[in-house]
Design a protein around this ligand. Structure first.
Ligand code: A2P
Length: 257
């Protein structure tokens, strides 16, 4: 079995000077579960240079999609941010990760909490019809510094809400909560503060976060994960894994130094 596939970049969209998304062909043999990540990269100086990236596309789509930060001196992203349609992309054939439904106990509301590029795994999850069979509500919360950084998530949500087949169930169950911290917007503040105040749930017309009915997936910076994990633990939530199902699961967002 192949350990790496060579795919072809199809589209590239730059959202801000720090963020871009891109699509590539998908080998029909490449299988993954919504929320997983895989290694992707480029050949740099004759050698493969790979990093872990969450897969944004749904498992039923025939292409792959990724959402990336751009770091000027980043070993991979300094090159990756220059990719063009037609370029080759290396994709590792062994996806993995903890942000999967099998690691969570059944629940009624699924909270997908992300900052920055931590949104990526949740894009795949909100596009998966099974998510809507498992939960009454799916909250997609995305915290960014500036409004422009929300662009990719906004487009994904708009496409889902207006989708010919998927729109009806998405309009019934998907609750999008973008928030920014460094300029005025309809929602302001860090996710941690919004939960401490009970504001996020109240704004969406939901009951305060509780472990009996709510399940949480976290993806963001190490500091964001620490703070939100502590908040969840203080409310009695336990972390799920491949061995034991829990009320929340976490994964670090990809950030290249
Ligand atoms: P802030 O602007 O107050 O730092 P970054 O681009 O640095 O990864 O940040 C993305 C978003 O995550 C920003 O809105 C940032 O807010 C927020 N953030 C940073 N640290 C935390 C944390 N510990 N908990 C929740 N949100 C955080």
């Amino acid at each position: 079995m192949a350990t790496m596939y060579t795919e072809t970049v199809q589209t590239v969209r730059h959202w801000t000077d720090r963020l871009f998304s891109f699509t590539a062909t998908r080998n029909p043999g490449f299988r993954f579960i919504s929320g997983q990540f895989t290694m992707i990269g480029l050949t740099v100086n004759g050698k493969p240079l790979l990093r872990a990236y969450s897969i944004c596309s749904a498992h039923h789509e025939d292409h792959l999609e990724f959402f990336s930060i751009k770091v000027p001196d980043g070993p991979l992203t300094s090159h990756l941010q220059k990719i063009q349609p037609g370029d080759q992309l290396i994709v590792g054939a062994k996806p993995t990760g903890t942000l999967i439904q099998q690691n969570l106990k059944p629940g009624k509301t699924l909270y997908l909490l992300s900052t920055g590029t931590g949104l990526a795994p949740f894009v795949s999850i909100v596009k998966d019809p099974e998510t809507y069979e498992l939960y009454d509500h799916i909250v997609l919360a995305h915290g960014c510094r500036e409004i422009a950084e929300l662009g990719y998530g906004e487009q994904i949500v708009n496409n889902l809400l207006n989708d010919e087949f998927f729109g009806e169930i998405a309009r019934e169950k998907l609750l999008y909560y973008p928030t920014v911290t460094r300029e005025p917007f309809r929602n302001n503040g860090r996710l941690t503060a919004l939960f401490e105040q009970g504001k996020l749930e109240a704004d969406l017309g939901l009951a305060p976060l509780n472990k009996e009915t709510d399940r949480v997936m976290l993806c963001g910076s190490p500091q964001m994960l620490d703070d939100l994990q502590n908040l969840l633990i203080s409310r009695g939530f336990t972390e799920g894994s491949h061995h034991t199902r829990g009320e929340f699961v976490i994964e670090k967002a990809f950030v290249e130094k």
